[in-house]
Design a protein around this ligand. Sequence first.
Ligand code: MTE
Ligand code: HPA
Ligand code: MOS
Length: 805
Amino acid sequence: MSLPHDYAHTHVCGESEFVDDRPIMKNELFVDVFFSTRAHALIKRVDFTEVLKQPGVVAVFTGHDFAHNMWGTIFKDQPLLATDKVQYAGEGIALIVATSIEAAQRAKHKTIIEYTDLAPIMSIQEARKHESFIIPARTIERGNVDEEMKKAPHTLEGNIVIQGHDHFYLESQVSIAYPLEDGQIEIHSSSQHPTETQHVVAHALGLPDNDVVCQVKRMGGGFGGKESQAAPFAAMAALCAMKLKRPVRICLTKDDDMIMTGKRNPFENEYKVGFDEHGKILAMDIKLFSDAGAYADLSTSIMERAMLHSDNSYFIPHMRVVGQVCKTNHHSHTAFRGFGGPKGVATAEKIIEAIAHYLKKDPLDVRKINLYSDVDGRNTTHYGQLVENNVLDRLVNELENKSDYRKRRQEITKFNKENKDFIRGLSLTTVKFGISFTTRFLNQGNALVIVHNDGSLQIATGATEMGQGVNARIAEMVTTELGLPRTAARVMPTRTDKNANTSPTAASSGTDINGAAALLATRKIKKRLSELALKLLDIPKDKWASKTAGLGTQPEVMLDTPNLDENDPNAGAEWESGVAKYFEMEFQDGWVFHPKHLDKKIEFKYLILEAYLNRVSLSDYAFYKIPGIEFNKMTGQGDAFLYFTQGAACSEVSLDRHTGEVKVLRTDILMDLGRPVNHDLDVGQVTGAFIQGLGWVTTENLFYNDQGLLLSHAPSTYKIPNVQDIPRTFKVELLENDENYANVRGTKAVGEPPLLLALSAWTAVTNALSYLPHFQVDYPGIRIPATSENVLREIMPEKFKEWER
Ligand code: MTE
Ligand code: HPA
Ligand code: MOS
C-alpha cells in the first residue's frame, strides 16, 4: 500500500503550519542574535548603548542572564552565548529583543564590540599540529594489521579530503516561547529532539523539567541539523520570554542560520591497505580525522559511526581504524544524514577504486571479491558483529545486470579514447548502514494511543515529523493493526508532556522505535477489544450496554485476562500480514468478527461504544526498547546495530574537459528496505537522500574567510542540487526481502542509508579522471566535493600551476 504523506495535501496548498506560521500574539516580541565575526578572541568590550536607543528595541540579553550558560548534547562544554571569549565566527554573543524582527535586525548593527584576537586553529592539519582534540583518539581493531600488511603482496597508501555540507533545510532554526502562569513556559520549536530541547531550556533558565513543555508539530526539514542545534535557540527565546513575560519568537534568516550553525563534519582520512593480485584486501589501516569545530556537540558519536562504517560492505580480515576528533575554531559541526557513515564509506570506496586502478582491474570486480559473505566465515565486522540478512551479493549482481554495467564499461572506454570534449566514468557502489543508535540508552521510545468514542484515533509518540513521513508510517501501522483506513488516525504534534524521556528522531530509527511502541500500545487496546467482542457474541444484542447501560438492568461485561505486556512488536503477529490476533478475533475493513461467527460481525466503532459503556479502557501507552544492542565503547567490540539496511547504486558521469562541469547521466539504485510500510514514501526517501548526497559530493562548496566566517551563506553562493542536476536517467527500485525478522513488521529504516549511495557519483568522477593519461600510475586525489573547479584542476594540473604562479 502506498498512501501519500499524511499532510501532502495541506503542504501543497500552503496550509501546513510551521513554527513561524503561528499567529503573532499581540504582545509578542522578536529576537535577533548578535554574533562574533572572529574565529578566536577575547571579548574586550561590548557596548549596547546605541542598540538600546534604536526604535522598537525592548531589551538586550547576554550569557550572564541565563541561570546556567552551558549546554551540550554529549558534553556540556558550550556556552549558549559567549561571554568573555569567542571560539568561532558566528558564535552568539547577545540577544536583541524588539517589537519587530526588522527593528531587531537593524539595531544589532549598532553593537560596539572590541576583541583581542587569539591564535585560531582553522584546519584539521593545524589542529593535529597543536594537538587540539575534543577527546583522545579511539581505536577499533581486529587481527594483526602490521604483520599482515608486511606480508601483503601489494600495498597502497593515500588520503581523502572531505569537506562539510550545509543542511539547507528550508525552515531555519526557529522557536517561540510562551511564558505561562506560575513560572511555566511552553516552547514551540523546530527540533528533532523535543526532550533535549525541554531539558536545555529548563537547565538554562534554572527551572525543573516539569515547568517546561516543548512542542514540535513538524519541521521544514531537519536532516540532522536540528538534532542538537535547535535547542540553544529555544533557550534564547525562552530566556527573553521569561525575563520580559511576553511571548518571544526567534527565527533566523537563511544567511545567519548558515553562518551560525554547524554542518556535516569535514574529515581528512589517511589509509594504508594491503591486498593480493586479485584485489582481495588482506589488511587495512585507517586514520580518520574530523573537524568538530569549536565544541563537542555530536562529533564524538559521529566519529564512532564513521569508524563503524570504514569497512562499508567489505570483509577486511585485519583492520585497524583510529578516530581523532579535532577541535578547531569553526562553527560547531553536528549530525547530518548518515552521521559519520558517509565519511567512513567514502574512504573504503576510494580504497577499492585505488586498488582496482593499481591492478588495472574493473573496480566492480574488486568490490565483488571483498563483499561480506556467508562463505569462509567472511561475515563478521571489524567490531565483531555478525552481518545477518546479508543481501549484498544479490544487490550487486542484480544491479550489475539491470544497469548493463559491463556493456556500458566497454562503451565508456571507447568513448574516452575518442572524445576530446568529454570524459566519462562509471561506478557501482554499495552501502551497509547499521541501524540503531550506537549509544545504547537512546534506543528507547514510548507511545500513547487513544481511541475516541466514535472510533477515531489519536497517536502521540516522541517521533518528530520533518518531511520523512514518520507519522504516516506510524499511523499506517496502527490502523492496519485495527483493520481501519489510515485516515481513522491522526498523529498529534510531539509534546514532552505526553511523551517524555524520548530520543531524537535520528539515526533513521524514528519509525522503528516509535512505530514499534505505537503498535505495542495499539495491541494492548486490541487485546481488550477482542476479549470484549468475544464476550458480546454470547449476549443478545438487545442486552448490550448500548441498549441498556443507562438502565443498569444488565451486568457489566468484565474482562478476565491481564493486560498485554510485551516488548517485541513481532511477538504474536502473523509474519505475512504483520497483524496480531487475540481470542481469534479479526479486525478488517472497519469490522470485528470471529471467523466462525460471521453472522455476528460488529462494526469497529460500535465495538468502541460498547467498550466505553462497559468501562473498558480505550487508550494505552507502551514503551519499546531495541533488544540486543551490546556494543562496548571501551573495547570497540560488540553488536552495535539491530540490523543493516543495504543498497547499491550505479552512476555514470560525464565531465566537460574544458570547464570541469560534472553531469550525472544515469543512476540506477537498488535498495533493500526489507518489507516497507509505505513503498512510495520510502522511494521518496531514497530519491531525496541520493540527491542530497549528490549535492554534497559534487556542487556544494563551503567558502570561509580567514576567520572562518562563512561566505557562501545563501543559495546564490552555495549550490544545492536543483531539478537539472538530477541524473538524466534515474531509476530507483526496492529489493524484495521478506526476512528482516529483527525489526517491526520486517521493515528496514530508510532515512539516511541512500545518501551514501551518492558516493557512486563521486567514484564515477574519480573513475572518469583515471582514464586521463596523467593518471596512469597515480590515482586522482580529488576531494569531496568534485566541483567543476576541483575537476578542472585534476584535468589540467599544469594550467592551474601556471595560472597560480
Ligand atoms: N527527510 C526529509 N524530508 N526531511 C528531513 O529532514 N532527515 C533525514 C531523514 N529523511 C530528513 C529526511 C535524517 S538525517 C534522518 S536521521 C531521518 O530522516 C529521521 O527520520 P526517521 O528516523 O523517521 O527516518
Ligand atoms: N545517529 C544519529 N544521531 C545520533 C546517533 C547516531 O548514531 N547517536 C547519537 N545521536
Ligand atoms: Mo539524522 S543525521 O540521524 O538526524
